[in-house]
Design a protein around this ligand. Sequence first.
Ligand code: ADP
Length: 345
Amino acid sequence: MMKIAVLNAGSSSLKFKLFSMPEGEVLRSELIEHIGEENASFKTHKEALESLKIDFKSLDAIGHRVVHGGEKLSESVLIDEDVMNEIENLIPLAPLHNGANLEGIKVAIEVSETPQVAVFDTAFHSTMPKESFLYALPMEMYEKYKIRRYGFHGTSHSFVAKAAADVLEKPLNKLNLITIHLGNGASICAIKDGKSIDTSMGFTPLEGLVMGSRSGDIDPAIVLYMQRELMLSVNEVDTILNKKSGLLGICHENDVREILKSTDENAKLALSMMIRRIQKYMGSYMALLGEVDAFVFTGGIGENSEYIREQILNSLMFQAIKSLVIETNEELEIANETLKVLHKG
Ligand code: ADP
């Protein structure tokens, strides 16, 4: 038996899960929030981690969730100085996440000598072909500035794809799937022969589906109009698109449980918009894949709302395809990946 800890450090939170591997049994699960906020119990991630009084000597490894791996970090890796530098280089591409993820890694290295592994949200999508990951911008935007689709939620898409293969009793590399992760953040992935060939999130997690508070796809000229004509600053537009749009923007609520209970017209409209966008992606991914073995629903909404799943599948084209509901478990996937890296090394 091996003991593997999984650490997910956010800007003001720390999630810690301890697994007994390979069984995947959870030995301990902790969530510390409001780190560094006014009147918070802990000023820093280090204080928060130390408060858990973990016996680090008993651990075989620590796996870290890292949102952005860019093009170079395309699979889970043992963390060394080079890896940390690269995660740092990627902070401008994921300012809300990579800085905090790196902080988590630094703190863990300070308090523990155990091997540390980074697992990236982008990694699963590194198999996308160029025609999927490039934007039709001047080529130098990609070549010089690495502006391209990276895709996110990869740990979740990968986990549920493997679980779907178990349910379908077929090897993953013989399966075509459309995995639909619907949580506060939401994304959809076209999987061909077990590999991601396209996904709805792009250069950042803003693109694609209508989410809790993110707009998903919009005409990029709207951004220019808001700046040029409405005189909004870059930060204001950023806040609108990431925090004030999506379901929240349409009906002042981003919790789908509340929206489902509401009789407000705009609440219904917000749901219809979200569902329509999902259907558009599903249809286009069916066209890319040709044959689809199953749709796989996951995330808080995808796992729990039969009503929304039924609304999404309300088309003869979709009903001909098997539809699965699989609870995602990103922490367990990170523990599995960590174990894999340890065995390789
Ligand atoms: P996150 O992306 O923050 O991890 P989750 O995957 O937990 O989020 O999903 C959160 C969303 O799932 C919320 O909109 C919540 O309302 C929705 N949700 C949770 N349970 C249900 C349910 N029983 N029916 C409908 N929506 C649900």
